[in-house]
Design a protein around this ligand. Structure first.
Ligand code: XIL
Length: 666
């Protein structure tokens, strides 16, 4: 109640202080809304980049745009730490107009897309999106841009705070922390594996020395987040200006990567080269005859030549200019499809299914001595993808052309460490390779204590990694995908070890505790979660049940039971997963024992957990005999979520019958 009162007061205050005052031609925002109709009564905008802005008749026409980001921008300092809704009415001959947010945070510039829409020249269309501006952002601006340089007309712009207004206009940003006294992960884990971080170029030229001090204290391996990807290494301007000369060997330009390479060389840091052959962040023109995207796709032979030259020249340019710095290359990234088979992409279309094999063949042929060759992919712990990857890499391993498997590991705390380690062991055993975790980030769970729960999960994850190495898993490097939550490519999921101001998170403490012992500190504002482990038990004799339908199924109490007079019937599902679902949130993080009797015309009935996008089977019961089957088993319910249900489903849409169900903690 008190909280509600406070927010009402805040709203009244915010409304009261909403006024506009002209300064230097720009209308200053001090309240909760910017409303610009280009009618002369306000001017919240200013020009951004090289362009001309003409305002008349209630519209702003942005012409002579020299770059795709040129347009108008709206300073939004008053909205720091708030979620805003942005609505722009625009038209353009350009297919895509975009509204974006730019801000500086501890010396790093961030650019985030708020919304984009295909607009038509003939009529004004809305582009609408929400975004949260970090509390520690400086100089946030919302700007309007387009994917090329055609004119854009804008009729109105409304930027409005959603929810309670948080006025941080006179609150200083949190000071950057000095990391020099932090526990050092690279030292703590030196008997186990290298500890790395992906860092973007902005960290190298950041005016605040603390960022690189943190790298120095914590890590002994570095991955450039984007700078060695084909889109940054291929020199489009030179190649496209003279396609005949560069036909077999596109021109390269290492300007983006040099600062990071210099830094690693000067500081004795080892680098993972990321990445040579990838479907993404690789320009389409590479795959066309004469590099002309309007022409025809290049032949297999030409693409193999381009591939070999690219792999050879990139690896050897790095080795010649920075000898010994790069110790491993992700030769191919993300070639496996998400639904089985190989991903469709230009490499597959032009070269064919053996493009991965070819890439490793060329890499082995040209790799400098001692450089390890990796395949790298995400979800590589999921059973389906594991099989695809193993099938794809087996001939490459047999030819001796691969040294390592890179498990990207953009994960949530729903991933059970055991199955993760099993996947590593399988790659190691079946392919004879070493393992790197190449891109670890763990989204904070949507729980009452997200940072703390994430820390507890990190501890269990790293304990499992330590155990795995003790038991022979050849895990040689663990790289986090970024330094701070603010700089993460998934910043809204708070997935890394440090807050934006470099203060260590409970996640960092979890990684430290895993090797040093001790527990993650409970925060002062820890929210107690109920620990009611009352067992679930239903025999349907009272004709009651606590669960309910999953999607379109129906439950009924019927006779012909396994035990007693009654059992539960699940029928009418239109898909196999339309089953009988039970909320088991109270068992989150617990080890449970379950038992039940089941009967069905389907061949199999599964007992399945519904976890944030994955559906692990707790058990699969063979019901093909058509009789009642009694089953019991155990399950470790993952932690790090607030709600969890489990459900029974049959392997086709046949009805099934359930009796004597119990679920209890062990
Ligand atoms: C991401 C970077 O972090 C972003 O900055 C960029 O905009 C897109 O790529 N798999 C990979 C990485 O192999 O290269 C990707 O990095 C994340 C997913």
């Amino acid at each position: 109640m008190r909280k509600k009162m406070r927010s009402v007061v805040a709203l009244i205050l915010a409304a009261a202080c909403f006024f506009t005052a002209c300064s230097g031609g720009l209308t200053k925002v001090t309240g909760t809304v910017i409303e610009e109709n280009f009618d002369g009564s306000t001017k919240y905008w200013r020009e951004n980049g090289d362009c001309k802005v003409t305002v008349s008749n209630g519209e702003a026409v942005i012409s002579d745009r020299k770059t795709s980001n040129a347009g108008i921008e709206f300073p939004c300092d008053a909205f720091r730490g708030n979620t805003i809704n942005v609505t722009v009415f625009a038209k353009s001959a350009n297919p895509t107009v975009r509204i974006s947010l730019r801000y500086e945070i501890y010396g790093n510039i961030s650019y985030v897309t708020i919304a984009e829409t295909s607009v038509l020249e003939t009529s004004y269309l809305p582009i609408i999106g929400d975004i949260t501006i970090p509390a520690n952002a400086s100089d946030p601006v919302v700007y309007i841009e387009a994917t090329d340089v055609m004119d854009i007309s804008v009729k109105s712009v409304k930027i409005e705070v959603t929810g309670d207004y948080n006025d941080l206009t006179s609150t200083p940003v949190d000071a950057l922390q000095d990391p020099s006294g932090y526990e050092s992960l690279k030292d703590l884990y030196s008997d186990y594996f290298m500890v790395g971080s992906a860092i973007p170029a902005t960290v190298i030229d950041n005016p605040n020395p603390e960022f690189l001090q943190l790298v120095d204290v914590e890590f002994n391996s570095v991955t450039p987040e984007n700078e060695l990807k084909p889109e940054n290494v291929l020199d489009a301007e030179t190649t496209l200006a003279d396609p005949a000369t560069y036909n077999e060997c596109p021109a390269l330009d290492f300007t983006a990567a040099k600062p990071i390479l210099d830094y690693c060389q000067e500081n004795g840091l080892k680098m993972r080269g990321h990445t040579l052959i990838w479907y993404s962040q690789t320009p389409s023109w590479l795959f066309f005859e004469n590099y002309d995207v309007n022409g025809t796709l290049a032949s297999r032979d030409l693409m193999l030549t381009r591939m070999e030259n690219y792999i050879d020249s990139v690896m050897n340019w790095c080795e010649e200019n920075y000898p010994g710095v790069i110790y491993a290359w992700d030769v191919v990234n993300e070639a496996a499809g998400d639904n089985g088979g190989m991903r469709d992409c230009y490499w597959k279309m032009t070269v064919g299914d053996d493009y991965v094999e070819k890439a490793f063949e060329f890499a082995r042929l040209h790799a400098p001595d001692g450089v390890q060759l990796f395949y790298n992919d995400y979800n590589s712990y999921s059973p389906n993808k594991q099989q695809v990857i193993i099938d794809m890499l087996t001939p490459i391993a047999e030819a001796g052309n691969i040294d390592g498997m890179g498990m990207q590991s953009h994960i949530s705390s729903g991933l059970q460490p055991d199955s993760y380690i099993e996947a590593m062991n399988r790659y190691a055993d079946e392919l004879g390779v070493v393992i790197h975790i190449t891109e670890l980030d763990v989204s904070a769970p949507p729980s009452a204590n997200p940072y703390y729960d994430q820390g507890v999960y990190m501890k269990s994850l790293f304990e499992a990694l330590i155990d795995a190495v003790d038991n022979g898993t050849p895990l040689e490097c663990v790289t986090f995908w970024g330094l701070t939550d603010d700089m993460s490519w998934k910043s809204s999921e708070l997935p890394l070890l440090f807050y934006g101001n470099l203060a260590p998170k409970p996640a960092f403490e979890g990684v430290v505790c895993a090797i040093k012992g001790g527990d993650v500190t409970k925060p002062e504002d820890y929210v107690e979660v109920a620990d009611d482990f009352t067992p679930i038990s239903e025999d349907y004799e009272d004709q009651e049940f606590i669960g309910g339908p999953r999607y379109s199924s129906t439950q009924a109490i019927v006779g012909n039971a396994y035990d007693g007079d009654y059992c539960l019937e699940n029928s009418g599902g239109s898909a196999e997963y339309d089953g009988y679902s039970i909320d088991v949130s109270r068992f989150i993080g617990q080890s449970i024992h379950f038992s039940f009797a089941v009967k069905s015309n389907a061949d199999m009935v599964c007992f399945t957990a519904d976890i944030d996008g994955s559906w692990p089977h707790l058990c699969e019961v063979d019901t093909s005999g058509g009789d009642w089957v009694f089953y019991e088993g155990d399950y470790q319910v993952p932690s790090g979520m607030t709600n969890l249900s489990v459900y029974f489903e049959s392997s086709d849409t046949s009805s099934f019958y359930l009796d004597d169900l119990t679920i209890e903690v062990n």
